[in-house]
Write a protein that binds this ligand. Structure first.
Ligand SMILES: Nc1ncnc2c1ncn2[C@@H]1O[C@H](COP(=O)(O)OP(=O)(O)OP(=O)(O)O)[C@@H](O)[C@H]1O
Length: 245
């Protein structure tokens, strides 16, 4: 039987058919503010708190203090303790961008991963790869190497990408072809705030629900409601049904 890594996010695991297949690499995409970082933090935090699994959180976007504050503000009050205890390993932007050579930094990281025994991995975000690798072939080769090493080290990974929900057949970044799964976070403006949605568009080897489901972000993080939102990305003539997408 396939072993699954549960996200522990209410509603999401059942949409995923139980969780994410162990050692898979899943792309989490969405516009700014859609909840990608919160999903990443929650995945790592739940792993430790609920499933006794360790996690690596790697951020090119924020420093260690910002990450801890974000975790605390969403209700993960013992985040710092878990980091001090090495149950969560954080690499922040200051550490990652310390070396002049991005390639060297990545190689050093991958070497370190090979000596570690962690279960979960989050990268926030892939934008750094876009900035660094101007050559598509080079980027593709590197991303394949990166994802192979994550898998070989038993890490079940979420890679965060700044991109809106689009059709898989359309203009879509190369990294979509290198991952085992694609999850999109979507928000639409309302008079009083935003409506939030999650769409599991692809998950290799898993029987997933491909409807779009509403979700909320509250204290405690993301909750997914298992009542489909009543629209789909399929058959809308190439245009996203979401205003603002
Ligand atoms: N405690 C909370 N209750 C409700 N909403 C919250 C809470 N904390 C954060 N949010 C909402 O979560 C969203 C931010 O989520 P997050 O930072 O994960 O987004 P993101 O997709 O990673 O954005 P970016 O790409 O800009 O980093 C904001 O819209 C904010 O309003």
């Amino acid at each position: 039987m396939t072993e699954l890594t549960r996200t522990g996010i209410e509603g999401l695991d059942s949409i995923l058919g139980g969780g994410i297949v162990d050692n898979a690499t899943v792309l989490i995409s969405g516009n700014p503010g859609t909840g990608k970082s919160i999903l990443g933090l929650q995945y790592i935090y739940n792993g430790v708190q609920e499933f006794d699994e360790t996690g690596i959180y790697l951020s090119f976007e924020e420093n260690r203090e910002d990450i801890a504050q974000a975790a605390e503000s969403i209700g993960f009050e013992n985040w710092r303790e878990l980091v001090e205890d090495d149950q969560i390993l954080v690499y922040d932007k200051q550490e990652l961008l310390r070396h002049n050579d991005f390639n060297d930094t990545l190689d050093l990281l991958l070497e370190e991963f090979e000596e570690m025994d962690y279960d979960r991995f989050v990268l926030d975000s892939l934008t750094m790869f876009e900035l660094f690798f101007t050559d598509e072939q080079e980027k593709r080769t590197y991303l394949l190497k990166f994802s192979d090493i994550l898998k070989a080290n038993g890490l079940t990974s979420l890679l965060i990408a700044e991109q809106s929900a689009v059709f898989p057949e359309q203009d879509i970044g190369l990294e979509n072809f290198l991952t085992d799964g694609n999850i999109y976070l979507i928000q639409t403006p309302t008079e009083s705030g935003v409506n939030r949605y999650i769409w599991v568009a692809k998950m290799r080897k898993q029987n997933i629900e491909t409807d779009i489901f509403p979700m909320d972000i509250t204290d405690g993080g993301i909750t997914v409601h298992e009542r489909a939102a009543g629209f789909s990305m399929m058959g809308s003539g190439g245009n996203s049904p979401f205003p603002g997408e």
